[in-house]
Design a binder for this molecule. Structure first.
Ligand code: SAH
Length: 246
């Protein structure tokens, strides 16, 4: 049995202070780091550490490569932004593992990180203080009709919502459709938060009533949080009460 291992690590939203000590300690032991180019760029090079940046949308190839390296006895960290289990590499690794029974005993650890919606919520106050859900608005891995269906049910269910991958250049019209569905399901005063580049130098956070929201307020560096019907402002903060008025 090789002494190789794989850790799938979340690097948090951007600020180094939001990387957990567990992730820092594991990176110090690694021989190889694999991941999407901008995430690998966050790792400080050092002797004995090979960096393997790869392009977006090759998650399965990357996971298979990590399994290959671990089988050769390498100590591999797969890096994700935020948390590796939230629309990121942890599931991709298990998909690759499922297809490779000979690798099922690989030493694998998933190291949690601070996901974008929690970093954004903390900046704004407590918009996710009651029941909420997270939806990936990208249709890379599911049909957009499914995005629409889940969004409508979440709104009807009274959940606050966090949207990841809200609006890319290749599908600019879809976020306009998301806002239309919200307008059908929610009142115009519903608060919606656009949190861009949270914890990075270019961080920008804005909160508007749904009636004033326009698609251009979101891009791929933005996480969008839609409050529930009780979400409100107090001073400069936005919060959702912990209870539902009966
Ligand atoms: N695993 C990551 C999410 C990857 S999907 C996590 O847990 O945060 C990529 C999406 O995450 C982006 O399109 C954006 O919606 C969101 N995101 C990641 N970092 C962010 C940040 N610093 N500020 C705002 N949104 C961010």
């Amino acid at each position: 049995m090789s002494a190789g291992w794989i850790a799938v690590a979340g690097l948090g939203p951007g600020d180094e202070a939001l990387v957990t000590p567990e992730v820092t300690a594991t990176l110090a032991e690694a021989t190889d780091v694999v991941g999407y180019i901008p995430y690998v760029a966050r790792i400080t090079p050092r002797a004995g550490l090979s960096l393997h940046p790869s392009d977006n949308r090759v998650e399965l190839d990357r996971a298979q490569f990590a399994l290959d390296l671990a089988a050769q006895g390498r100590k591999v960290v797969i890096v994700s932004s935020g948390d590796p289990g939230v629309f990121a590499m942890a599931s991709a690794l298990f998909e690759a593992l499922e297809a490779r029974p000979s690798a099922h005993e690989t030493d694998i650890r998933i190291l949690p990180g601070i996901t974008a919606m929690l970093a954004a919520a903390a900046r704004a106050g407590a918009p996710l203080g009651h029941d909420f859900c997270a939806i990936n608005l990208s249709d890379n891995l599911k049909p957009f009709a499914e995005v629409e269906r889940r969004l409508r049910h979440a709104a009807q269910g009274g959940f606050a919502m966090a949207f990841y991958n809200p609006r890319s250049k290749s599908r600019p019209h879809q976020f306009a459709r998301v806002l239309d569905i919200l307008r059908e399901e929610c009142e115009p005063e519903r608060l919606i938060l656009f949190a861009r580049a949270v914890s990075r130098p270019d961080e920008a956070i804005g909160c508007v009533p749904l009636a004033e929201a326009v698609p251009e307020m979101a891009d791929m560096q933005t996480v969008v949080i839609v409050g529930n019907e009780s979400t409100r402002r107090v001073g400069r903060w936005v919060y959702t009460p912990r209870s539902v008025a009966t």
